[in-house]
Design a protein around this ligand. Structure first.
Ligand code: AMP
Ligand code: MG
Length: 336
């Protein structure tokens, strides 16, 4: 398949909408990561997303809308708390899990009777959804299992030849996928951390963090967010997180490194005096979120075999960075 490369001018957005209306799959930029979009109501179109990604059929897709009035078209009962969250955080990187109406085919929701709904703030994503006039199902635009794409180049590498078009909207501003929440009674449950932090959510209502966020769930555990059970975000290298201060990190690395080792650090100061190749992924949690997936892809490009990564903080946006890095490391953490 020839993949068209589109820009963000009006004619390009018209073309993207035209392709989507015909049931094609188009990669679209959003503020979180690039999405692999298709008409959420069109079963055949949605199947094409799963094929292009090689995504397991039980891993549900998030449905993207551009107008809050759409919530009621997609869900038969929207709790008051969902409206409060929408008011506080939409348009933005927050996905809410709600009961689904039959208008959403079961293939879109991975066979579940609920649906994840998000209203992105990204101008290009919104313009495309508005032009389409229907909601877009869109998982991250990477091949299943590899790090989510946050730049046009990432999408091109994974999807060229597999989908109808890619809209080049430059680099994503947030860099990690949306926060996914569900509602239990009057509580918010964080199923996947993202840019909207548990601290911010707790200003709206009592907020609990699901067990699956920080722990590897056993085979028979109830998985509330199916995406979290898959090996994900993983580079080819064997990654270990070193949860320690800078000095202990350096000491551990000095003792345990060989020729095949690379480091993933906040800044150069973390490896001063160590003669080991490194990449920096930023000093603040926001920067780390933005650079995490690019850094994981860079490790592959450099042929890294063994990687020691400095551990992000586990609060605010840092929790989202830690959650993704944990999966990239297959939950291997050395605590010093
Ligand atoms: P992606 O768009 O690739 O980031 O993946 C979307 C993720 O959102 C899935 O892997 C799930 O973890 C979560 N998700 C989407 N829909 C639902 C749902 N109905 N119930 C629970 N989690 C969901
Ligand atoms: Mg994904």
């Amino acid at each position: 398949m020839k993949t068209e490369i589109l820009g963000t001018d009006g004619a390009s957005l018209d073309r993207a909408a035209e392709l989507l209306t015909r049931g094609a799959v188009v990669a679209v930029p959003t503020e979180t990561v690039y999405g692999l979009a298709a008409n959420a109501f069109d079963e055949k179109a949605v199947r094409r997303i799963f094929e292009a990604k090689g995504r397991p059929a039980d891993n549900p897709l998030i449905v993207h809308i551009a107008d809050i009035s759409y919530l009621e078209k997609l869900s038969p009962c929207v709790p008051e708390l969902a409206y409060k969250c929408a008011e506080a955080f939409w348009a933005g990187p927050l996905t809410m899990i709600l009961p689904k109406k039959d208008i959403i085919p079961s293939v879109t929701s991975g066979g579940l009777d609920t649906v994840g709904i998000r209203m992105p703030v990204d101008k290009t994503a919104r313009a495309i959804i508005k032009r389409c006039g229907f909601a877009l199902a869109a998982p991250s635009a990477n091949v299943s299992g590899s790090p989510s794409p946050t730049t046009f180049r990432h999408v091109y590498e994974d999807m060229n030849g597999r989908i109808s078009a890619i809209v080049d909207g430059g680099d994503c501003s947030v860099g990690v996928e949306s926060t996914v929440i569900s509602f239990d009674d009057n509580k918010i449950r964080v199923l996947r951390p993202g840019f909207i932090s548990p601290e911010e959510l707790s200003e709206i209502a009592d907020t609990v963090i699901d067990k699956g966020v920080l722990e590897q769930l056993g085979a028979d555990a109830v998985v509330r967010s199916p995406g979290m059970k898959y090996k994900h975000y993983a580079p080819k290298a064997d990654v270990t997180i070193i949860d320690s201060d800078r000095d202990s990190f350096k000491h551990y690395v000095r003792k345990n490194s060989d020729d095949a080792t690379m480091l993933m650090v906040f800044s150069e100061a973390d490896c001063e005096g160590l003669d080991i190749e490194f990449i920096e992924y930023g000093e603040t949690a926001e920067e780390q979120a933005k650079r995490l997936f690019t850094s994981l892809r860079t490790l592959d490009e450099l042929g890294a075999e063994k990687v020691y990564a400095r551990c992000p903080k586990k609060s605010g946006v840092g929790l989202a960075v830690y959650n993704r890095l944990l999966r990239a490391a297959g939950f291997k953490v050395v605590r010093l």
